[in-house]
Design a protein around this ligand. Structure first.
Ligand SMILES: [Zn+2]
Length: 409
């Protein structure tokens, strides 16, 4: 027997919760642990309340709603995502995974379906990381990737600490459930990129996440007047900057899956008539294969070495400031996603997540996978973010199939 979620109910709720923290451009602003974020959670819990699911919260404000299984002691199937948004957020990023999760629980209720395992709907605190850094905080703490004591000290722009906001909302009381014994974790999310739309596919079968490495590069020469000093006598860091840009762009052409981004270049002092003394720049390298990412890293390091030797009068330094390893999702779960989309006659393609997600933290602890649906023009973190109702419903139905399959084995 195949069940189907109520696409109209899901869509109506997506639109209703978007009214909380609504922005004039048609998006939502519910930054983590702010009053609008709390109000969004309250509305969500209102919807859950009628069904009698057991609610637990943990010390960082993650919410866990449990639909009981036949075997009370069996390890639960976890589903979920986040309700917080960017300051200029849209109506689907994160919210979709949570409300589709609720839709799954209610569809099982409405059809009087019992499962062996309990199903636990998770709402992760502060996925976005725009108000308090780092991002993916709630799932990071729950999975032991981040230390609670460290993140409590995080401050927002106004100087408010995370600890103060946690206490204000009363989350500091509760120990919360352990994730160690969970059976698996499944997250539905909009793609946040243009690949599915361009390919004309409804479902992205997410096989994992790119590895990410961040670098800061400084190129130091000598600041001098733009007029009197001949070109040959300058210690100008800009010609070296050009070579570094060329190097990074070449690394970006390693293969189709490689991503190289120079997101920031600061020239100092930044005046029209001054040869800059310093360049500070950032590089972001990504690849879904750790071995290839290693090779890209070596090309960058060796390329910088060569430039350093060629330009002895310029001080060229580079250092890696952060890295996130390649994430590989669970093969069995991925196969179950494929089986569901085939069974439902949906178009699909394999895809690697370009953005970070709570699922990346969960993947370190329990078998995990994600399901993507297209978003228009690949745009997210933007009020224009949009996913079609039919795609939203299709993604939620795949989440339902997967949850049902996993909660009965
Ligand atoms: Zn998200």
């Amino acid at each position: 027997m195949r069940y189907g979620i109520d696409g109209d109910r899901l869509w109506a709720r997506l639109m209703a919760i978007a009214q909380i923290g609504a922005t004039p451009e048609g998006g939502s602003c519910r930054q983590a642990l702010s009053d609008p974020d709390e109000a969004g959670r309250a509305l969500f819990l209102d919807w859950c309340g009628a069904r009698g699911y057991q609610l637990r919260k943990d010390r960082i404000g993650n919410l866990f709603l449990r639909r009981a299984g036949r075997e009370a002691e069996a390890s639960p199937v976890l589903i979920g995502s986040h309700l917080d948004t960017q300051p200029t957020g849209g109506r689907f990023d994160g919210v979709l995974g949570v409300l589709a999760g609720l839709e799954v629980l209610e569809t099982l209720d409405d059809n009087a379906v019992e499962t062996d395992r309990p199903i636990e709907l998770c709402v992760w605190t502060n996925e976005e990381g725009c108000r308090f850094q780092p991002a993916m905080m709630g799932s990071g703490v729950a999975c032991g990737v981040l230390e609670m004591e460290t993140v409590l000290a995080a401050r927002d722009h106004a100087g408010t600490t995370l600890a103060e906001e946690i206490a204000r909302h009363g989350y500091d009381q509760e120990p919360g459930p352990s994730l160690a014994e969970a059976a698996c974790y499944i997250e539905l999310h909009i793609e946040q990129g243009p690949i599915l739309e361009a390919a004309g596919k409804t479902i992205g079968v997410v096989t994992g996440g790119q590895g990410i490495r961040w670098y800061e590069i400084s190129i130091i020469g000598e600041e001098t007047h733009a007029g009197p000093v001949p070109m040959a006598l300058r210690k100008d860091p800009v010609p070296v900057l050009m070579h570094v840009i060329g190097l990074v762009q070449a690394i970006g052409r390693t293969d189709e899956a490689a991503r190289c981004t120079i997101g920031r270049i600061d020239l100092s002092p930044g005046a029209i008539n001054v040869v800059p003394g310093q360049v500070a720049m950032t590089v972001d390298l990504r690849h879904p294969d750790e071995a290839v990412l290693d090779a890209m890293h070596r090309r960058l390091v060796e390329g910088l070495d060569v430039l350093r030797q060629r330009h002895p009068d310029i001080d060229l330094q580079g250092r890696m400031t952060w890295h996130s390893p390649v994430v590989t999702f669970d093969r069995g779960l991925i196969e179950t996603v494929r089986a569901s989309v085939r069974d439902r006659g949906l178009t699909f393609t394999d895809i690697v997540s370009g953005a970070g997600h709570d699922a990346f933290n969960l993947a370190r602890r329990v078998p995990t996978t994600m399901i993507f649906v297209p978003c228009r023009d690949g745009i997210s973190h933007n009020p224009r973010e949009y996913a079609a109702p039919s795609d939203v419903a299709a993604g939620a139905n795949v989440l339902l199939d997967l949850t049902l399959a996993r909660s009965n084995m």
